[in-house]
Design a protein around this ligand. Structure first.
Ligand code: CTP
Length: 402
């Protein structure tokens, strides 16, 4: 994601400057071009030469030192950037840019740039808590500047609290997600993902369920959120943590899943139904624990509602993606479901192949689209499968926009 990206890294004067060195190195290794601008204060901690060596680019400190007479540096470099990142951002630089002051190269460039500005503060916990700093941050957020929240922990001043610069690895991930989101068609799209098994109650202690772990659906929800989508994850009971940045809705039975999915259906753009929904449930649910009898016992089952089928019938603007887990005649059965349920794409996986199907961390799937085209993927992690699925969803969105 960072390959070829132009990052203007503004380094202001706090002890966390040493972390900006590691950040410069990581960004450069990830393929970004990094130009560093420093305040005088920052140069007291680390010399410009360090950043020059790490970025292999000139480092800028003085507004009035013009190296190239054909250019005005603060405008030229401000225009060059795809993104401006201030890390570490001191209370002083935050205060200056919140108030339009331009008395050094960084604050001048911030006024001159039209690129998005990301700010990673680092300071003493009481300074970070000061109403003036809070008001300045609030003001900058209202301008559309994004803040990379400092973390809590040991601070160089000896205090323990909030004010530590976000770690370079985390800043790198933030930037990757930032560029992914910016370029993705999924940004701000509303996606509903279902995941996991359902449980169909028989009595207070027994239920019918299946072996779905929820891993595939959770990976899809995570990937969609990473690409900037607003994700609603409706999940049956699982043992895994929901990904961050998704609206999580926990359900138990097929009927409950149906109710939640239908509640949100009208307002979403895409539905991905990876849940392994029970096709049958006990016809009678006993309020008391059923006692064993000497003879055999047959439980009468009735059909649950087919959620995906109902979504297909009521489809308006939404893209519908279903799953087909088959043990034989994979493509034939999957294509039948694709047409019968009025889907745009189906993710077909053979549950008998080694490394595919329920429980594991890997899967082998074929993505079949309604125009008949298909993509057969080799064995890969469920996270990678999720990324491939979202690539195809993006291409479906592109076709729809034509
Ligand atoms: N599905 C659903 N509601 C159900 C059952 C399944 O929404 N009551 C969805 C699943 O989430 C999945 C797809 O339908 O996306 C699976 O299709 P389905 O025809 O139900 O496959 P199987 O359950 O494997 O059934 P079959 O016995 O027909 O192969």
């Amino acid at each position: 994601m960072l390959k070829g990206k132009k990052v203007l890294l503004c380094v202001s004067g706090g002890i966390a400057v040493y972390k900006a060195c590691a950040l410069t190195s990581k960004l450069t290794q990830a393929g970004a071009t990094v130009k560093v601008v420093m305040t005088e204060g920052a140069t007291k901690f680390v010399t410009p030469l360090t950043f020059q060596a790490l970025s292999r680019e000139p480092v800028y400190v003085d507004t009035f030192e013009e190296q190239d007479p054909t250019k005005i540096t603060h405008i030229d470099v401000a225009d060059w950037a795809d993104v401006v990142l201030i890390a570490p951002a001191t209370a002083n630089i935050i205060g200056k840019i919140a108030n339009g002051i331009a008395d050094d190269l960084i604050s001048t460039m911030i006024l001159a740039t039209t690129a998005p500005v990301l700010i990673a503060p680092a300071m003493n916990v009481h300074m970070y808590d000061h109403p003036a700093v809070k008001a300045n941050i609030h003001k900058l957020k209202s301008f559309g500047y994004q803040f990379l929240e400092p973390s809590e922990g040991y601070l160089a001043c000896g205090y323990v609290g909030k004010g530590r610069l976000m770690e370079p690895e985390a800043i790198l991930t933030y930037l990757e997600t930032y560029f992914e989101t910016k370029t993705s068609l999924l940004a701000r799209k509303a996606i509903l993902v279902t995941a996991g098994p359902t449980q169909e109650k028989l009595d207070p202690v027994r239920y019918f369920t299946n072996r779905s772990s929820g891993k595939m659906g959770y990976a899809i929800a995570e990937e969609a959120a990473k690409r900037g989508a607003n994700v609603i994850l409706v999940s049956g009971p699982t043992n895994i943590q929901p990904p961050p940045n998704v609206q999580f809705i926990s359900v138990t039975s097929a009927q409950e899943m149906f109710d939640k999915v239908m509640f949100y259906y009208k307002e979403v753009d895409i539905v991905i139904k990876s849940a392994a929904v029970a096709d049958y449930r006990p016809k009678q649910v006993s309020g008391q624990k059923i006692k064993k009898q000497p003879n055999d016992w047959a439980v009468e089952m009735e059909r649950t509602i087919d959620i995906l089928n109902t979504l297909g019938e009521q489809k308006a603007h939404q893209l519908l993606i279903g799953f087909a887990a088959e043990s034989e005649q994979l493509e034939l059965y999957a294509k039948d479901k694709l047409t019968r349920k009025n889907l745009d794409m189906i993710v077909a996986n053979s549950i008998v192949q080694e490394g595919a199907g329920f429980q594991g961390d890997t899967n082998i799937v074929t993505l079949i689209k309604k125009d008949g085209s298909n993509v057969s993927l080799p064995l890969m992690s469920k996270k990678e499968v999720a990324s491939k699925i979202m690539n195809e969803v993006e291409s479906l969105l592109k076709e729809n926009e034509k």
